[in-house]
Ligand binder design. Sequence first.
Ligand SMILES: Nc1ncnc2c1ncn2[C@@H]1O[C@H](COP(=O)(O)OP(=O)(O)OP(=O)(O)O)[C@@H](O)[C@H]1O
Ligand SMILES: CC(C)(CO)[C@@H](O)C(=O)[O-]
Ligand code: BAL
Length: 285
Amino acid sequence: MRIVKSKRDLRALVSDWKADKQEIGVVMTMGALHEGHLSLVDAAKTDNDRVIATIFINPRQFDNKSDLATYPVDTDADLKKLEEAGVDLVYLPQVDEIYPNGYSTTVAVGTMQDCLCGATRPGHMDGVTTVVSKLLIQTSPDRAYFGQKDFQQYLLIQRVASDLDLSVDVIGVPTVREDDNLALSSRNRRLSEEQRAIAPTLYKVESTIADLIRQGEAVDHVLEWGRKVILDSGFERIDYLEVRSEEDLELLGDVADRDNLLNGRVFVAAWLGNTRLIDNYPISR
Ligand SMILES: Nc1ncnc2c1ncn2[C@@H]1O[C@H](COP(=O)(O)OP(=O)(O)OP(=O)(O)O)[C@@H](O)[C@H]1O
Ligand SMILES: CC(C)(CO)[C@@H](O)C(=O)[O-]
Ligand code: BAL
């Protein structure tokens, strides 16, 4: 497995592969890798001749300084996992390789980012779409893999690739969960034992809401129930608990027709101490 830190070295390897007509898949991460990340690598290995993983903690997508300061870093273990998973190349740039002095361009997607994490983490989605655009240009892959856990991020990146005519397939990979259905997340490492026991409430609530909506219960009513259960379980704050279209994130409620509702997902973000957890679940499961 090659490890490169500069875009010049990255380009040299990518050009060789392209000259050889090898198809390239990329998996972008912020490190502290878990089985969720490795499922993206597996998908990329299946579809492509070469797999690139990137590890870059992107300061521009952190709306909260202490979240950035406490974001887990475990590079040696990450490299071992990526090597075992059969990754060909790891791109590990420093901040000034991505944002050199004078850097001043932002890639920002319109309306779809005005809700969910885009609304509750100001600047976050612009930071994501900017760095992902740069990493797509630098790695020039045939396919790029993103987790459906970060569903809004996945949809926005599809939009960017289409709007900017980037010739890459953006592929969404289902969420990998613990045995108790907590979605794997690097931030789970920050949870205390007590918080870890509370965390699976998000899955219980979103999956129950989906069941109840499928059975014909009123959306407003089940969301109100869900908010109460989440707060009673020990979460301090809910950023959002909503049902939205999985195509364009339009808000779905009782006025929407049944078919629309069945294309919806329950989206949730809530705080346990200083840790914000997110998850989502399809109504039509
Ligand atoms: N449980 C999961 N299942 C599948 N993919 C995942 C999972 N968790 C994260 N990913 C995906 O891995 C990629 C890198 O995510 P990232 O490095 O931010 O990890 P993370 O676990 O989401 O961390 P955090 O949410 O704490 O920032 C993203 O495409 C993300 O959606
Ligand atoms: C896609 C990403 C690597 C961009 O920094 C990040 O938002 C993430 O880890 O999901
Ligand atoms: N997993 C999305 C990246 C972030 O939370 O900053």
